[in-house]
Design a protein around this ligand. Structure first.
Ligand code: K7E
Ligand code: CUA
Ligand code: CA
Length: 658
């Protein structure tokens, strides 16, 4: 960041900015004078953008949000009877929502329409309730020297023929350059893969056709290649790669070197292409530089050609990684670069399989491109990649992400305007072709500053057009004060009628970026309520016990191998199989606990006082933990899940001899 003075706020340096006061807003040229808090939020966001680098929003004045007339008034929610999101006590939600936990590193399960949080699944984070990052079973998934946390943005469920199939959820860790997989049958993270040759993993999507298949991952940050200390301050030599991971084995299949960078990604419904937005075609390393160009691009990857190139050995490897890396920079026959305005963000395929949309972010437009034109380009029938664009509707300020209802409408979040704009795809195409049609259907105020939005089933062929969630970054005054850190506000919107209707506000902990909404009927019978004793998640622990001659369901026994001590015990409400066990200071102790209760919901815990250890052991599960008994004395272990009237009495002693 330079020392140049910020033009808007002379007392601040470039790159620094503050929200304007209400008086300052009222005095701005073109200001309606008396802005409510919504206007205030918008101006704050604008001031932030304007305050850096001096480049304002591309191609639009501050107050212009497109010449097409549209009502931004929110229709009143249903005035009579129960609210639409009411799910009575004892009743079940119609949809699951799988929610990103952002910088908390976890994934969350919500019920819709109630927006009740049902469960948190630790993924990249450590979690004391579950013992994630503590148990041996979780460390086998995380790796021994796992980072402390993660930044989870994009959860997506595996698909078969463009339908959710209930097998896995895949998600990214932006900071740790990792991809994780959650098994939907037990809702537990079962694989984490580190992506080589990248500096982050941001956008993530799954292959729809014929199935997942590939998990596609973008990296946003450009770095030297390999990033081993060379070319430190020579940004021209930095690069970025696109990654495809095999969703079955979770091994990295191939990577593609690109020009610029990669932000969000989505694929087609034919298994042929995957596309990503790039906001840094400039290859800059500062904000002003990344906003220099009026256009960046969307890059399309030709999957079949990439596979063929890898098969033919037309690849290199980078550094110590063995992953095949092909060159997809300009001029390559593997890729297509479609110019789009300016610093695009979200990339979203329409559920009819025909189009993909890049949201303009710094341009008030969304660029709609046709997969059929991509076919034409790779067949040599389309010369100018820009001719793949079939519509470029002007929607409002700060378009970030687009969702679809399966009835021909698209819903785009406007970060700066704090609105969802509903627009009609065919009308936008007709308008682009020169017809006089109004493609705008409605603008709905949301509170405030939406990032992603998501429609029920909207990323599959089954888009049902019932619900839309707007994942808003700011909640400001919508909830009781809880300190300077505010919750985000995820709003539920009914889109089943002609007009969007705001139904509920749901506070959420930082920071959901994305979510998927899946009918509960689709998951019926797929989610286990009790562990299977043969489950692979703890199979390695079972194998080790078998070597010791232990039957985990029956035996509670201590086995010593030199300085290694294995403590096997059962848990059955309200007792541990061992009342006490004795070890020596310095021993490496492994406690293996098996919950032999087979009653649904009867979970036990094993918590060892003053050793920083807790683990969850659900019915028929085995959990284990290994630690050094480095402190002599008496240490109680106790059950942490209230399992029985005598739950508090469910405890025992570890005696550590000096
Ligand atoms: Cu828009 Cu990481 Cu999908 Cu956040 S990204 S909003
Ligand atoms: Cu077992 Cu509480
Ligand atoms: Ca740019």
């Amino acid at each position: 960041m330079s020392d140049k003075t910020n033009e808007q706020n002379p007392e601040l340096k470039a790159g620094q900015f503050r929200a304007l006061t209400e008086e300052e807003i009222a005095s701005l040229p073109g200001s309606p004078g008396n802005l409510g808090r919504r206007g205030f939020m918008k101006m704050g966001a604008l001031a932030g953008l304007a305050g850096v680098g001096g480049t304002l929003l591309a191609g639009c004045g501050r107050a212009s949000t497109g010449e097409q007339p549209v009502s931004s008034k929110a229709p009143a929610p249903a005035a009579t009877g129960m609210p639409e999101d009411h799910v009575a006590p004892g009743k079940l939600d119609e949809y699951y929502g799988f929610w990103s936990g952002g910088q908390s590193g976890e994934m969350r399960i919500l019920g819709l329409p109630s927006m009740r949080e049902l469960m948190r699944i630790p993924v990249f984070n450590t979690d004391f309730a579950i013992g994630w990052g503590i148990t041996n079973e979780s460390k086998r998934v995380l790796g021994e020297n796992f980072p402390r946390g993660g930044d989870l943005h994009h959860p997506h469920m595996s698909q078969t023929n463009g339908h959710y199939d209930g097998r896995y959820l895949f998600m990214n860790d932006k900071t740790g350059c990792r991809i994780a997989r959650i098994r939907c049958d037990v809702m537990r993270t079962d694989k984490i893969t580190s992506i080589p040759n990248v500096a982050d993993v941001h956008g993530l999507r799954v292959q729809r056709e014929p199935r997942t298949g590939y998990v596609f991952a973008n990296s946003e940050f450009r770095v030297p290649s390999p990033n081993d200390g060379r070319d430190l301050d020579d940004p021209k030599k930095y690069q970025c790669v696109f990654t495809a991971v095999n969703g079955d084995t979770m091994e990295v299949a191939w990577q593609v070197i690109v020009d610029g960078n990669l932000d969000n990604t989505d694929c087609d419904y034919d298994g042929k292409y995957v596309a990503s937005t790039c906001y840094n075609s400039e290859g800059a390393v500062d904000l002003a530089g990344m906003m220099q160009g009026e256009r960046d691009w969307a890059v399309v990857f030709n999957i079949k050609r990439i596979e063929a190139a890898v098969k033919a050995g037309k690849f290199k490897t980078i550094g110590t990684s063995k992953v095949p890396v092909v060159d997809g920079r300009h001029g390559s026959e593997l890729t297509m670069y479609i110019p789009v305005p300016k610093n695009p963000h979200g990339l979203n395929s329409s559920p009819d399989g025909k189009y993909f949309a890049a949201a303009g972010k710094l341009s008030p437009t969304v660029t709609l491109m046709a997969w059929s034109k991509v076919d034409d380009y790779f067949a040599g029938k389309l010369k100018d990649p820009r001719d793949a664009v079939v519509a470029e509707p002007q929607l409002g300020l700060g378009p970030l992400h687009t969702a679809y209802d399966g009835r021909g409408n698209a819903y785009t979040t406007l970060f700066i305007d704090s609105q969802i704009v509903k627009w009609n795809i065919q009308d936008a195409i007709d308008a682009y072709a020169g017809k006089k049609v109004n493609y705008l259907r409605q603008k709905l105020d949301v509170a405030y500053q939406p990032g992603h939005n998501h429609t029920s089933l909207g990323e599959t062929r089954d888009a049902d057009g019932k619900w839309l969630v707007s994942l808003n970054k700011f909640s400001k005054d919508r909830f009781l004060a809880v300190g300077p850190l505010h919750p985000d506000n995820d709003q539920l919107i009914d889109i089943s009628g002609d007009q969007m209707v705001l139904v509920a506000d749901a506070p959420v902990f930082s920071e959901p970026h994305d979510s998927v909404i899946i009918p509960s009927r689709l998951m019926a019978g797929k989610i286990k309520r009790i562990w299977d004793r043969k489950d692979p998640f703890f199979a390695e622990t079972v194998a080790q016990a078998t070597k010791h001659g232990i039957v985990l369901e029956k035996d509670s026994k201590v086995i010593r191998e030199g300085k290694k001590v294995f403590v096997y015990m059962t848990s059955s409400a309200p007792t541990f199989g061992l009342n006490s066990f004795t070890v020596k200071k310095g021993d490496e102790v492994t406690v293996v606990d098996t919950n032999i209760d087979d009653i649904e919901d009867l979970t036990h815990g094993f918590c060892l006082s003053n050793y920083g250890i807790n683990m969850e052991i659900s019915p028929q599960e085995t959990s284990s933990v290994t630690f050094i008994a480095d402190k002599p004395g008496v240490y109680w272990y106790y059950c942490t899940f209230f399992c029985h009237a005598l739950h508090l009495e469910m405890r025992g002693r570890m005696l550590v001899e000096a």
